[in-house]
Design a protein around this ligand. Structure first.
Ligand SMILES: *Cc1c(COP(=O)(O)O)cnc(C)c1O
Length: 393
């Protein structure tokens, strides 16, 4: 059996249509010019391609194209949003509010800011991974500059109510940054109505290439002030210097355009596949859903099978590509910081497996995975003396 890929939340393959667009902007016969070279047609064509892509991305999130800054991905977008906004608004204060369930690209920036004398509040989630509005409200202070919350969690797929959060922050003159790496193209995002000031995007979670993303920086009604991380050629309104990677940018544009076209149908199809997989797992008994049954994206299913470590199960299933914890942290052997923050005990956290589905997941694959996991869980539970004891008591 060939490998079944259920790790779309870690990264996606590039859509062939996207790869074709990308290839047109690399070689001598293509649009390879530097978008800043306004002295000749090739540069101007490249600049035109970059602006088309900006418009395509803006269209998916209903934003003004002029509010998008290219970055190398969501990691850099998060860094620019947090360092940038905190450093540019010292007169307001030095306090940042975020959550314990954020991506490391936010948590680690918070830690660095603390070393620089900023103060950071890390909010606890409820057991289902959601941050209650009242808890966020209670953390806000007169010197709070920025709140940073992810829209959809990459490990458990939980959706935060960023509209309600934004209403609160806006009312108090506090900036809201949203990491939308896992939600863009999967949930509707409308920045004309959402009170969000900064928003991070990544191409490779949405069938674009790795190494390209964007930060939305609102200019209306109030212009968000940011201090750049990179200085140089003055590209991107001076907020992000460096020659624009035309091929990456047009690819991201095409990926986001495609996503807008297929989102509704695709998400509906993926939701049905995830429900099918969950029904098969639930039939095994003693299976816990990590996350929220009510507020989750279709593509992510995070579960713990009682009595079994994720490591043991995955060793039994080399033909299935999934994640334990999240891909970014599974290099270390720590149980997931997200699950621990939600109050999961270490055993359940170590047993957690993330199945993430995407554009090319088929019903046949889901049925094969359900069957293979069922056999492996039965086998491992029979081997486990601890599980026997648990069952008998
Ligand atoms: C993948 C991911 C990131 C990092 O994005 P890159 O483009 O790989 O740097 C940040 N936040 C979330 C929620 C993610 O899923």
């Amino acid at each position: 059996m060939s490998l079944i890929y259920l790790d779309y939340a870690a990264t996606t393959p590039v859509d062939p249509q996207v790869a074709a667009r990308m290839a047109q902007h690399l070689t001598l016969d293509g649009v390879f010019g530097n978008p800043s070279s306004t002295t000749h047609a090739l540069g101007r064509q490249a600049a035109q391609a970059v602006e088309t892509a900006r418009t395509q991305i803006a269209a998916l999130i209903n934003a003004d194209p002029g509010d998008l800054i290219w970055t190398s991905g969501a990691t850099e977008a998060n860094n620019l949003a947090l360092f940038g906004a905190m450093r540019a608004n010292l007169r307001k204060g030095r306090h940042l509010v975020t959550a314990k369930t954020e991506h490391k690209a936010v948590l680690d920036v918070g830690r660095r800011l603390m070393q620089d004398g900023y103060s950071v509040t890390y909010l606890d989630p409820d057991p289902d991974g959601r941050i209650p509005l009242e808890r966020m409200a209670a953390a806000l202070r007169p010197d709070t500059v920025l709140v940073s919350l992810m829209h959809v969690n990459n490990e458990i797929g939980v959706i935060q109510d960023v509209a309600a959060m934004g209403a609160l922050t806006r009312e108090r003159g506090i900036l809201l940054h949203v990491d939308a790496a896992q939600s863009a193209g999967k949930l509707p995002i409308d920045l004309r109505t959402l009170p969000v000031d900064l928003l991070s995007l990544s191409a490779h979670k949405l069938y674009g290439p790795k190494g390209i993303g964007a930060l939305y920086v609102r200019q209306r009604p109030v212009r968000v002030r940011l201090e750049p991380l990179l200085y140089g050629g003055g590209q991107e309104r001076g907020l992000r210097a460096g020659t624009l990677p035309t091929h990456q940018i047009v690819a991201m544009g095409e990926a986001f355009r495609l996503a807008g076209e297929v989102m509704d149908v695709e998400q509906h199809r993926i939701q049905e596949l995830r429900d099918r997989l969950w029904r098969a797992f639930a039939a095994l008994g003693d299976v816990a859903l990590n996350g929220s049954a009510e507020y989750g994206v279709p593509g992510i299913l995070n579960v713990s099978f009682a009595g079994i470590t994720a490591e043991a199960l995955l060793t039994d299933l080399p033909q299935i590509a999934v994640s334990t914890g999240s891909a970014c942290t599974s290099a270390g052997n720590e149980p997931s910081h997200v699950l621990r923050a939600m109050g999961c005990d270490a055993v359940r956290a170590r047993g957690a497996i993330r199945f993430s589905l995407g554009r090319w997941t088929t019903v046949e694959e889901i049925d094969l995975v359900a069957e293979a996991v069922t056999i492996a869980v039965h086998r491992l539970r029979e081997l486990s003396p601890k599980w026997d004891q648990q069952r008998q008591t």
